[in-house]
Design a protein around this ligand. Structure first.
Ligand code: SAM
Length: 284
């Protein structure tokens, strides 16, 4: 079996419901020499539930550099290390990614024990298109980086999947609405737990809801991609009766930037960009 050769095992664990653990994950945890965990207290609860006793070592965002040497030595000596993150699939918005790189760079055999991931579970429950999607994880907190990330998603046509903590939900909804315009969204929370819930609405409706009530639990936000065809059709029928200014303004409201709005208006009307630009400038 493949895992007999492997020394690093990336083990997916439940995202809420403790029954969501595979038979293979349990066996690998039992057979490991060492369990490296993002949060040892959290993982201890899981191991106790599974009646598994193992040496535990922490490996998280703030100690990963100093722990790498130790873990690498253990792996080089042929030890079997199981890595588990707080919940779900290690490496998806948690420190597993660096451990995988370390193993590859040092020729350490590794494998995954697949299982739950909030992103996939949320996407599937969202009811939005799953054919093509893009995982965005947590959007940056830093104002500028955040704006840049959101701007880069304006013309994204694939369904977008985000992670968000409850205390940041409202500001994220505000920013998504401001940059992407009003779109369909599914707010999926408490997946696999008692209060699992999917709220399907638009970004404007979500904002209205969470301005009145405090968000609770962990969220996966699934936002529909830009519907280019519908956008173009709506635009075509709308601009017939519009002035050039209104035409450009319509695209600005749809989330395009000024340059793109002028370009689209010029294309629609069979004019040059300069003609559109000049006409707008004259009126300012
Ligand atoms: N590696 C994990 C995975 O594969 O799902 C994700 C880790 S990330 C640090 C944690 C985020 O995942 C949370 O802030 C939340 O957005 C999402 N999440 C985790 N568990 C969830 C749940 N039960 N319901 C909804 N979202 C969840």
């Amino acid at each position: 079996m493949r895992e007999e050769k492997g020394s690093l095992f990336l083990v997916a664990t439940p995202i809420g419901n403790l029954e969501d653990i595979t038979l293979r994950a349990i066996r690998v945890l039992k057979e490991a020499d060492l369990v490296a965990a993002e949060d040892t207290r959290h993982t201890l609860k899981l191991l106790n539930h599974l009646e598994i006793k193992k040496p535990l070592v922490s490996y998280h965002e703030h100690n990963k550099r100093e722990r790498e040497g130790f873990l690498l030595r253990q792996l080089m000596e042929g030890k079997k290390i199981a890595f588990v993150s707080d919940a779900g699939t290690p490496g998806i918005s948690d420190p597993g990614e660096d451990l995988v790189r370390l193993a590859h760079e040092n020729g350490i055999p590794l494998t995954i024990i697949p299982g739950p991931s909030a992103a996939i579970a949320g996407l599937v429950l969202s009811g939005l298109s799953t054919g093509r999607f893009v995982f965005e994880g947590f959007i940056p907190v830093n104002k500028r980086a955040r704006r840049e990330r959101l701007d880069s998603l304006k013309a994204e046509t694939r369904t977008m999947v985000f992670y968000e903590a409850p205390h940041k939900l409202l500001s994220t909804l505000r920013d998504l609405y401001e940059v992407l315009g009003d779109r369909k969204i599914a707010l999926v929370r408490e997946l696999t737990k008692v209060y699992e819930e999917v709220v399907r609405c638009t970004l404007a409706q979500a904002l209205e809801k969470y301005e009145k009530e405090a968000p609770r639990g962990e969220y996966v936000l699934v936002v529909e991609g830009l519907d280019k065809k519908a956008l173009e059709e709506a635009a075509r029928s709308a601009w017939d009766s519009m002035s050039l200014d209104e035409h450009v303004d319509m695209y600005l409201k749809m989330g395009l930037d000024r340059k793109e709005a002028i370009k689209k208006t010029a294309e629609d009307r069979g004019l040059s960009r300069r003609e559109v630009y000049n006409s707008i400038i004259k009126k300012v």
